[in-house]
Structure formats: structure tokens, C-alpha cells
Design a binder for this molecule. Structure first.
Ligand code: 0RA
Length: 639
């Protein structure tokens, strides 16, 4: 094992191998041994997380008021630079550690906490592990600091310093530049995706109004810079882009109380679904939490009290009614956030609910008073939503009598399985009647059910409940699954514990998968959370040589197969499931022994949903990338 002393061969001054530095190495060693514990995973997500971690440090510097520009550069060698114009990490001797402060910051876990500035850092969990974790997981890392008139550099390899802190020049600027190359010994993929970084950077720029963030990809010359003077107000405008806002003014409320900073921006549009994004310390709280429930309670209360005062309705509105067509961003800065839930993205601090509730109640009521026209428009929309909900309930009762939503009889198109224990049952949602036919012939009827879905499925983003209940494909699906939806939804009635979406590996197929995921996310979210929803992975190619037939599920696999089988092979590219006969469909895609399934995670569903909302618009390419990039993810394979 390489030690600090070994470095003297590389021209380094010999340093005492003190107890302290042993502790340091042990800390970084722990990160290298269990990287997933520190950065989530060692795949694409963890890889990108390294960048966020370094950017977070620069954002902290910005939050402290010392930095207004951050630059992210994706280099051709696979390394990434994060450059800021903050104060620069201190380089003077750390009195206790007897090493330059920068070395302490880069080699000690949570060293940031030793300085006064990390009050908004997240303790544990996803973020806030510190730049030292990035250092530990990098093949190399170089830091360049401009501070006190000088330019300093230092290099690390796999977390260990391999040079001293050197003075390399003079400057009158200040700032920090961290360039690192993720370690191939740790990560299963080393390729950064411009779009993934871009989306997070845009989000960070929205959340930190006035901060300029640039991103450049050297290999392609792609470049984008963001600066939103209006912060989350502009975020809401962005969410409502392409929709028709009901009022021009974007409501913006902010307050600081008990060291908790609350910021909220909202605007209604004429659609039927809500777009609610919540953040705590710049972390997307996907699962919501106390801040979100505080906001929702307050919003419903203020709207109901307005409606009552104005005599606009006889009965009180539900929370759903008050949020129909609402685009809202809630962003909090909380000193010691507790994150809970499956993905550790649910805020747990109980006192936050009351603080947010009372802050929103007071300021929104005041806003309504000062903007009577806006208040009127919003509350009228909510009253309409309540009426529509009532109409939907009636439509649903009608549908129920007509189809068999709850009578226990199943739709005719469904080829059900014989097994009655849901835990052993699977249902394949298959695109098109012809593939549906093959699937019916190829399946194991003991435990596999087939539901062919024809044509375009209703985009639930654009439809109100009464329309949803009038859509054949959707009602069939609901009837087959057995759970019901909305207030009737009952997870325990689920008839199949594996719901497998099986579509062609083309643009239309991705589109249908996304629509289905959007539907599950909006109306059967608990099924995704419980891990019941999967994407089937049909092969893209069949390679034949003589009698040998091999399937390849993506281009990388095809390359491997071709390398092994050599020349004179016959390659068939599958354009759709329909090109496979029942037996091939079984062996490649349906048989539990051979198939690859990707379990849909809540974030995936959110992404699918978002694509139909606004963040990605109607860009088919991105949708396809989404499905295909997930098809490559190996770690969630359930074979
Ligand atoms: C410790 C103390 C100070 C600043 C920083 C760390 C710091 C860290 C990073 C990481 C990326 N960019 C950064 N910028 C600053 C305070 C320094 C002072 O008091 O002058």
C-alpha cells in the first residue's frame, strides 16, 4: 500500500506519519470502501453527485455572500473543474492539524464543519459529505486557490496529497478551482452527461437568484450560462412556460423565522394538474415533508376563508381543489434538516410545519387583500375544480356501472393468469395487439397476465378526471390492476405485484412507457414507491452465426458479441416486439430466468412526468434518451 512516505520519491518532502494523518487516511479509506454510503451509489448518479458536492461548496460560499460566479467545465479527459470567485480555501497552517487548512478541508470528512460557514449544510445523508469524499473517490484531484495575492496549487491522488501546497504565481483575484477525475476503480461508469449536469445547474441557478453558473463541455463545445435575478419566481415562470397563466403576477413570499428561511413562488395556470417542487437547502425534497404539508394546509385555509367571506361556495374545498393548475416552488434553508423516507428526500423536522403554515397563512392572506383581482381569479378556479371533481365522481359512478371497475369482472382484453396470489402474479402491459398476441402465446399462463394496450394512451397531464374515466385504455388498466384510483385507491387490492411495461424500443414505445409512468406517478404513486412497476427490456439485436443465436440488449453488448463471434455473422435489428415470435419473446424478454427488468424508481416516474409537464417540453429525443439510458442501468436489474 502506498503511504505518504512513498511520495518522497516523487520529490516530496518527507512528512512525519503522525497519528493524525493515519486517522485522515482511515477516514478516506472508509469512503473508498463504502462509497455508496457517502454518495448514494457508484453508477451514473454517484458519478454526477461528485460534481454537485463540489458545486455545493461554492454555493455555500455564495450563500455567505462572497461568491457570485461558478463555472463548471467538463474536460475531454473525463475530469471536471468547478471554479468559483469566492474567498478561496484558506492555505495557512491549521493550528491543530498542523497542515495547511486546504489539506484539512480536502482530506478530513466533514472538515467543513470546523469552519463557521456550514450552518446550512446537510448533516449526513445525500449531500454535505464534503469535498474530501470527492477527493477520496478521484483518481486525482487538483486544487488551485487564489487568495491573499497568491496563486496556490496542490495535487492529490486517491485522496492523498502528492505535492505540497505550492505558490505558483501572483494575482489580485480570489477564488477556488477544484479539478478532479473520478476513479475508475470505484465507479462503474465514468462518462458525464451534459444534460444531467445542465439540469441540476439550471435548478441551482433558479434556487440561488443572482448567482451566475456556467457549464461547458469541451468535447462538444456545448456551453450554457444561467443567471436568474428573479430566482424561484423565474423558476415558476419556467414551469408555466407553454401554459396559460391565470394571473400575470407571480406570487412571491419570503420570511426568515427561527433561523429558518422560507421562500415561496406560485402562479396558477388553466391546466388541471399541479406542479409542486420543494427544496430544502437546495436539495429537491421529492417526497415532500413537513414544509410541504405546512404550505398545503395554509393554502387551503386561506382560499377557503376567502371563499367563505366572498360567499362563493357552500362547502369547503379540498386541498386538491385548491392546488389544481398550480405551479409552485417552495425553497427552505433549514440549519439542521432531518431527511427521512425511502430516498432520504422527505423533510422530517416537525416544527417546520407550523412555521411554514403560519408564515404562508399570514402573507398569502395579506397578498389576497392587496391583490383582489388575483385572489378572485384563483379562488374562482378552485371552486370550478371542486365542481369538476364532483362531476368526475358522478362520471366515475357511471363508468363503474358500465365497465367493471369494481364489480369484480375483468376486461375482455385481459388475458389473466391462473395463480390467485398477487405476490406471485405479473401483468405485462404490452404495446399493440400484435405484440399482445405474441405475448399471450409466449407467456407462462400460470402466473403471467397480458394486457394489450392499443394506440395512444391518454396523456393524463392534459386531461381532467372525468376524461380519464372515459378513456378505454386507462379504465381497462385500472380494472385489471384492481386498485382503483383517487380517493378509492387501495394498494392492497393490487392483483399483480409485478406490473411490467413492455413496449417497442423505439420512439413510440418510449412515448407509451412515459405516458404509463406518468399515469402511475399521478394516480398510483404508491405502487411505484412499493417497487411494483417495471420496464421490460426487449433485445435490440439478434446476432446469428451458423446455428448460434445471441441477443444483444444495447449497442455496447452488440460490440462485445461481435468481438466474440467474429465475421460473417447475421445481425437483425429489432424494430418492435412484433418482429419476435412468441418463443423468442418469451426467451428474451418475459422468462424470469433470462429477462432483464428495470425497476421504476419514483425519480424515474417524476422524470417521465416532468417531460410531459414543462421542464423538457415535447422533446421526443430526450424522452427516448430517458428510457434508453435507464435501460442501460445495470444495478436495478431484476433477473
Ligand atoms: C473554509 C473556510 C473558508 C472558505 C472555504 C472553506 C471555501 C471552500 C470552498 C470550496 C469550494 N470553494 C470554496 N470556497 C471557500 C472561509 C475563508 C475565509 O474566512 O476567508
Amino acid at each position: 500500500m502506498e503511504t505518504r512516505q512513498d511520495n518522497k520519491e516523487a520529490g516530496q518532502e518527507k512528512k512525519a506519519y503522525t497519528a493524525d494523518s493515519i486517522t485522515v487516511l482511515k477516514g478516506l479509506e472508509a469512503v473508498r470502501k463504502r462509497p455508496a454510503m457517502y454518495i448514494g451509489d457508484i453508477g451514473e448518479r454517484g458519478l454526477h453527485h461528485l460534481v454537485y458536492e463540489v458545486v455545493d461548496n461554492s454555493i455555500d460560499e455564495a450563500l455567505a455572500g462572497h461568491c457570485n460566479h461558478i463555472i463548471v467545465v467538463m474536460h475531454e479527459d473525463g475530469s471536471v473543474s468547478v471554479i468559483d470567485n469566492g474567498r478561496g480555501i484558506p492555505v495557512d497552517m491549521h493550528p491543530e492539524e498542523k497542515r495547511p487548512a486546504v489539506e484539512v478541508v480536502l482530506t478530513m470528512l466533514h472538515a467543513g464543519g470546523k469552519f463557521d460557514k456550514k450552518s446550512y449544510k446537510v448533516s449526513g445523508g445525500l449531500h454535505g459529505v464534503g469535498v474530501s469524499a470527492v477527493n477520496a473517490l478521484s483518481e486525482w484531484l487538483e486544487v488551485k486557490i487564489k487568495r491573499g495575492g497568491n496563486v496556490y496549487t496542490q495535487r492529490y491522488e486517491r485522496g492523498r496529497p502528492v505535492t505540497e501546497v505550492k505558490t505558483v504565481g501572483q494575482t489580485d483575484e480570489t477564488g477556488t478551482e477544484v479539478r478532479f477525475k473520478p476513479d475508475g476503480e470505484i465507479f462503474t461508469t465514468l462518462t458525464y452527461q451534459y444534460d444531467i449536469l445542465l439540469n441540476r445547474i439550471r435548478e441551482l441557478a433558479f434556487l440561488n437568484g443572482g448567482l451566475k453558473i456556467d457549464i461547458t463541455e469541451e468535447a462538444t463545445g456545448k456551453k450554457e450560462d444561467f443567471m436568474f435575478e428573479g430566482g424561484i419566481k423565474e423558476f415558476v415562470a419556467y414551469l408555466n412556460k407553454g401554459k396559460r397563466p391565470l394571473h400575470n403576477d407571480i406570487i412571491y413570499l419570503t420570511k426568515e423565522e427561527n433561523n429558518i428561511q422560507i421562500e415561496l413562488a406560485m402562479q396558477y395556470n388553466d391546466s388541471y394538474l399541479e406542479n409542486e417542487y420543494s427544496y430544502v437547502n437546495n436539495i429537491h425534497t421529492i417526497e415532500g415533508g413537513t414544509h410541504v404539508s405546512g404550505f398545503r394546509t395554509a393554502l387551503t385555509r386561506v382560499i377557503n376563508s376567502y371563499i367563505k367571506k366572498a360567499n362563493m361556495a357552500d362547502t369547503a374545498l379540498s386541498g386538491d381543489d385548491s392546488r389544481e393548475g398550480l405551479a409552485v416552488i417552495i425553497s427552505l434553508k433549514v440549519p439542521e434538516p432531518q431527511f427521512e423516507g425511502q430516498t432520504k428526500t422527505k423533510l422530517g423536522n416537525s416544527k417546520v410545519k407550523g412555521i411554514v403554515d403560519s408564515m404562508i397563512t399570514t402573507s398569502l392572506a395579506q397578498y389576497f387583500e392587496e391583490h383582489p383581482q388575483v385572489a378572485r381569479t384563483i379562488t374562482e378556479k378552485c371552486v370550478l375544480a371542486a365542481k369538476a371533481r364532483e362531476a368526475a365522481r358522478k362520471a366515475r359512478e357511471l363508468t363503474r356501472r358500465k365497465t367493471a371497475l369494481s364489480s369484480g369482472s375483468l376486461p375482455g382484453k385481459l388475458a389473466d393468469c391462473q395463480e390467485s396470489d398477487p405476490a406471485k402474479c405479473e401483468i405485462f402491459l404490452v404495446e399493440g395487439d400484435s405484440a399482445g398476441g405474441s405475448a399471450k402465446q409466449g407467456r407462462m399462463r400460470e402466473f403471467q397476465a397480458i394486457l394489450p394496450l392499443r394506440g395512444k394512451i391518454l396523456n393524463v397531464e392534459k386531461a381532467r378526471l372525468d376524461k380519464i374515466f372515459a378513456n378505454n385504455e386507462i379504465t381497462t388498466l385500472i380494472a385489471a390492476l384492481g386498485t382503483g384510483i383517487t380517493d378509492e385507491f387501495d394498494k392492497t387490492k393490487l392483483r399483480y405485484h409485478k406490473i411490467i411495461v413492455m413496449t417497442d424500443a423505439d420512439v413510440d414505445g418510449s412515448h407509451i412507457s412515459c405516458l404509463l409512468l406518468t399515469f402511475f406517478y399521478r394516480y398510483m404513486r404508491a405502487l411505484i414507491e412499493a417497487g411494483h412497476v417495471y420496464l421490460a427490456q426487449p433485445p435490440l439485436y439478434k446476432v446469428k452465426k451458423g446455428k448460434e443465436e445471441v441477443y444483444a440488449y444495447n449497442d455496447d453488448e452488440l460490440k462485445l458479441v461481435l468481438a466474440r463471434m467474429g465475421n460473417e455473422v447475421n445481425i437483425q435489428r429489432y424494430k418492435g416486439l412484433g418482429e419476435m415470435n412468441p418463443e423468442q419473446l418469451w426467451t428474451t424478454t418475459m422468462s424470469p430466468d433470462a429477462r432483464k427488468l428495470v425497476k421504476v424508481k419514483i425519480e424515474d416516474a417524476i422524470k417521465a412526468d416532468t417531460m410531459f409537464s414543462t421542464l423538457m417540453g415535447d422533446d421526443v429525443e430526450i424522452r427516448r434518451d430517458f428510457i434508453f439510458s435507464h435501460a442501460k442501468e445495470v444495478k436495478n436489474l431484476d433477473i
